[in-house]
Design a binder for this molecule. Structure first.
Ligand SMILES: [Zn+2]
Length: 110
């Protein structure tokens, strides 16, 4: 699937009545049938280019919660979102903001 095909399918779904904020889940098929995962994350950083594909990452709830509660930083200066690291990131990789008062950790909704 290409990005354009995905966009087209999502736009069709919205036209079909799904609100834009509808959660997307992944049905994972295996020998026993299938199970459903939510907590999808598209890692679309251009740092990874050139690669021929985009990876859609699916996290178990616990892993997702840890990443989402503690490890995602929202820069209030440029609105970028980036990962916290150990030791912590000292500046926003997008705009170079070093003011910790102008960043927040995103809180999980679940
Ligand atoms: Zn920034």
């Amino acid at each position: 699937m290409t990005i354009q095909e995905l966009i087209d399918q999502l736009q069709e779904a919205i036209k079909g009545g799904y609100p834009p904020e509808t959660d997307i889940r992944a049905d994972v098929f295996n020998d026993d049938g299938f199970y459903t995962r939510d907590n999808l994350l598209l890692d679309a950083s251009s740092d990874y280019l050139p690669i021929p594909y985009l990876a859609l990452n699916v996290y178990e709830d616990k892993v997702w919660k840890e990443r989402y509660d503690k490890l995602t930083v929202h820069c209030l200066k440029c609105d970028d979102i980036y990962r916290e690291t150990e030791p912590p990131v000292e500046e926003c990789p997008n705009c170079g903001n070093t003011d910790k008062n102008k960043t927040v950790y995103l809180q999980g909704e679940r």
